[in-house]
Design a protein around this ligand. Structure first.
Ligand code: ATP
Ligand code: MG
Length: 414
């Protein structure tokens, strides 16, 4: 794409009330626009990143047999009364409203109830299980603190997968597998090195649940690292919990390394809570009714986008890892256009994603924009580079560039 056609422009300043580094950078670089605390609009560059993150997650969910759906956000009160979760005393972050012709509804903050209800239409026999269903969809939460930019939205994207299994044993096989699938996603997003599987209290149906926590000063959580090599940690707030105690056997609080972290995902064994509430049963081999054993697996593409920016930036801007960068190459022409135009066409022909800065502004402005936007590779074509035999190439996080012959650029970057 030609940058002269991109309607967004960079900004020198983020809004005064924006305190998080991820949103400050994303707003200044033109990826998102702030409507109010916890509510952001995605502009072309931002939507491209969000879609790339979502697609990585989608591929990994499909690889373990996940079937994608898209459920409505509008949630009738009656559905949630069945589990007691309509009450504001139980769930403190509902956005609720009423219908013109009577009746209350809420904007979904999660979807266990509505999916359990849907599955009553499709699960009858043991032959129908196990089944894994997910969506990538917006959630609404009336969050009290919305100071972490994309990492805590009042409206945000979530990948929520739900597993429906015959037995606890069958459930546990999938549950353990999902731990690895989550780590694979974090690996593809370039955050595996800093991400810990964190033991957390599990609720009524299992001893533990797992969170995935990525080390960052910008995080709202605190973890104790138990095993740096195996990437295992305990959530500080659960440390003294008796559902956790035996995990800590010989651990002395004093000896533990405490780190700030971002919760980038969590997985739960739900057991029979929702299947009992909605009478979601199947007939076993003896024709007897049994409740379905459920699990849920959450992860937020928009929180991940914020977290990735927190992990990958410097004083000049964002440094996108290639997997979710809006473009692979930022092509910058200085002064003349003919050779740059040729490179642009060649890259496009080779399906290499390129943002071509063809604007008539100063070199300094172009470089500053390029550093702020953070595209992984920068190619500069100028009179000087041509005299030196081609174009200058450097990665966003490299200081020195090197010259590559014009005819070799597409081949080299493919
Ligand atoms: P937190 O403890 O951070 O409030 P949670 O445990 O309540 O999150 P879940 O209901 O389990 O979150 O949601 C699944 C995933 O969605 C979380 O692991 C987290 O990554 C993400 N998430 C939760 N709340 C938000 C939010 N307000 N904005 C963006 N992402 C969120
Ligand atoms: Mg959680």
């Amino acid at each position: 794409m030609k940058q002269s056609q991109l309607f967004t422009k960079t900004q020198k300043q983020a809004p005064k009330d924006e305190v998080s580094r991820n949103a400050q950078l994303l707003i200044r670089a033109g990826f998102i626009n702030k409507e109010m605390a916890g509510a952001y609009s995605y502009l072309p560059l931002g939507l491209s990143v969000l879609n790339k993150i979502s697609n990585i997650i989608r591929e990994e969910m499909n690889a373990v047999g996940g079937q994608e759906v898209f459920m409505t956000v509008l949630q009738p009160k009656e559905t949630w009364e069945k589990t007691g979760r309509w009450s504001d005393k139980v769930v403190d972050n509902w956005f609720k409203t009423s219908l013109k012709n009577g009746g209350e509804l809420g904007l979904g903050f999660t979807h266990e109830e509505s999916l359990a209800k849907i599955m009553k239409n499709y699960i009858y026999s043991y032959k129908d299980l196990p089944v894994f269903i997910y969506q990538i969809q917006e959630k609404f939460r009336n969050e009290e603190r919305a100071k972490s930019g994309l990492m805590r939205g009042r409206e945000f994207f979530m990948k929520d997968l739900y597993s429906f299994s015959l037995t606890k044993e069958e459930h546990e096989l999938f549950y353990e597998k999902m731990k690895d699938v989550y780590m694979k996603v974090f690996d593809r997003l370039g955050m595996k090195e800093k991400t810990y599987v964190t033991i957390s209290s599990g609720g009524s149906f299992s001893k533990y649940s797992y969170e995935f926590q990525t080390l960052s000063e910008a995080g709202e959580d605190t973890i104790y690292i138990i095993d740096k090599n195996k990437k295992i940690a305990v959530n500080k707030q659960d440390f003294n919990d008796e559902i956790i105690a035996d995990f800590n056997l010989n651990l002395n609080k004093k000896d533990l390394v405490q780190e700030k972290s971002i919760e980038v995902g969590d997985i739960y064994s739900l057991g029979f809570k929702y299947s009992e509430a909605f009478n979601l049963t199947y007939k076993d081999k003896d024709g007897k009714d049994q409740f379905v054993f459920m699990g849920s697996y959450g992860m937020s593409p928009s929180r991940l986008m914020g977290a990735i920016v927190e992990l990958n930036n410097d004083e000049n801007g964002i440094i996108w890892p290639e997997a979710m960068a809006p473009f692979k190459i930022h092509l910058i022409s200085l002064g003349q256009n003919e050779e740059a135009q040729k490179i642009y066409e060649e890259l496009e022909k080779n399906n290499i994603e390129v943002l071509y800065d063809d604007r008539e502004i100063s070199a300094g402005e172009k470089f500053a924009d390029s550093d702020l936007i953070g595209i992984p590779y920068r190619i500069v074509v100028s009179k000087k580079s041509l005299e030196n035999g081609g174009a200058e190439i450097k990665k966003r996080n490299e200081k020195e560039s090197r010259i590559v012959k014009i005819k070799d650029i597409a081949k080299e970057l493919k």
